[in-house]
Design a protein around this ligand. Sequence first.
Ligand code: SF4
Length: 694
Amino acid sequence: VISIGQPEHSVVTTCAYCGVGCSFKAEMRGEEVVRMVPWKDGQANRGHSCVKGRFAYGYSTHQDRILNPMIRAKISDPWREVTWDEAFAHIATEFKRLQYQYGRDSIGGITSSRCTNEETYLVQKLVRAGFGNNNVDTCARVCHSPTGYGLGQAFGTSAGTQNFDSVEHSDVVIVIGANPTDGHPVFGSRLKKRLRQGAKLIVIDPRRIDLVRTPHVEASYHLPLKPGTNVAMMTALAHVIVTEGLFDETFIRERCDWSEFEDWAAFVAEPQHSPEETEKYTGVPADLVRGAARLFAKGGNGAIYYGLGVTEHSQGSTTVMAIANLAMVTGNIGRPGVGVNPLRGQNNVQGSCDMGSFPHELPGYRHISDDATRDIFEKLWGVKLANEPGLRIPNMLDAAVDGSFKGLYIQGEDILQSDPDTKHVAAGLAAMECVVVHDLFLNETANYAHVFLPGSTFLEKDGTFTNAERRINRVRKVMTPRNGYGDWEVTQKMAQAMGLDWHYAHPSEIMDEIAATTPSFALVSYDYLEKVGSVQWPCNEKTPLGSPIMHVDGFVRGKGKFIRTEYVATDERTGPRFPLLLTTGRILSQYNVGAQTRRTENVVWHAEDRLEIHPHDAEQRGIRDGDWVRLSSRSGDTTLRALITDRVAPGVVYTTFHHPDTQANVITTDYSDWATNCPEYKVTAVQVSPSNGP
Ligand code: SF4
């Protein structure tokens, strides 16, 4: 709720929506936010913001927030309010019972990209040190896990290579599978500014996103590829660069393994990877692909920005590696204006990955099987750690359905709405004996919970978020937690109830532990952040002022690795019953499944999800603009209104997924990335037909 009173004091903190990580001055009257003012000294946003960060904070005081812990014996029982101590004792008893009855590996935890680094670190520590297994995963599983795998293979680290300032030095930019105008608005504005100054733009996207043509900005090339053909497109671009001799031999000889390059170059030069051949899959005219490849190779500093339109595919990791290949073959790594830049969706998806949220990695991306790394944590935590990777979220759900996985602690994540194959998620949750949901609201997942622990909002927290450019930003407590505890305190009290000797007095002590155990954070502390404002990791003895740009003198892995990227068509195929391909995205004013933005008292947020359909496809089906339509796939069906537009090509339909009623994940398939299990949300064969409404 926006107050009209005058502020009495202010606190600088960080936006809790997207991965840009804008800094705000929260102007306060007592415990009430008077207004959020974009902070002029914010190093990620420099005084700019979008509508979400500036206005959509009312959810913090929304009546839907649950403020007291609740338990119930069965999910069909009504909730019963209990004290915090009763809730913690109940969880400890249940989790211990499950491990006694079904084995050590029968329980696990899920961290959240919405929570702070410190909170995330504690959840993975609870699982590893308290549960005694590595069954910890993160909601990044369903968004940027292919970035982690793909960039890790090519460069040695999953981090984006640049800072946001870098775009001011770009001469040509590829945007693939991302819509910065809506998804990352403050970065989108900086990109548009650079384009207005004359930088060239290549958009690779099935949909004509805003950047393709907007006032004073026009892309040089829009490659409207068929959903699911990213790898074929990236390999075709590389084919042109290699066969026309446009590669940067000096860079490749100095920074990469030349024999690996030769092997890869021979692969991409094969005739089946030519634009003329790949046009058969991608649907993009070969001359456009050739023109775009020449522009990127010869146009000066070339940068690539990408989003979930790259990662949420069965070949998500392969596409990330193909993007890395394209950057290396053109020498576009290691200086301002270039690089490979994943646009992270959530405020702390980078941080949640950094903090050891994956079942195979300890904080700092070190494999759990590495004896020396385990030794560091074992000595500090006083426990013996399991050395085998644990279960990913989909594996936890499979194991639950099979009867071997029984208990789950979920912090800040609505897996029933966010994860693929809703029916399977529900079946997995229903099969467990103790599901603990720790969140702001009774979300859809909470329908299957036995314990509900109230969470706190970003306005009630101390901690840090790490944005898409690896910038560690302070989050400062603006108001007292309405539920009584910060999320880190809740996890600590759960750990204490389970017998762990944890005594953190403040999140700064958790950060001190992170710094002591994680080389890329070695010099990070709250005192240091007060001095410098924010810092981009790695921040250690070698780089005390942080690292705005990665791989300046050499790749983290030593030599950059060229990797063959064979295009394999997704198993999701169109046919007579489902002749159209559905892909999805976001709008500016809503955020993901809308849990926060829908709970802001402002009617402008309440735009509904629409199904974009090409005029030709609409006419064939007798659909008029605004009509209700039924959207069906092999997985399920839903109903929404049609928006007739040539932003999408014939054969492609598109919707956003902000409203629970849309149930986009009832439609999507259970196919996933071969390397990481990231779900293939961006390609679903569908049919659209007239409907009388829901
Ligand atoms: Fe900045 Fe993103 Fe927040 Fe908008 S949503 S204010 S761009 S961090």
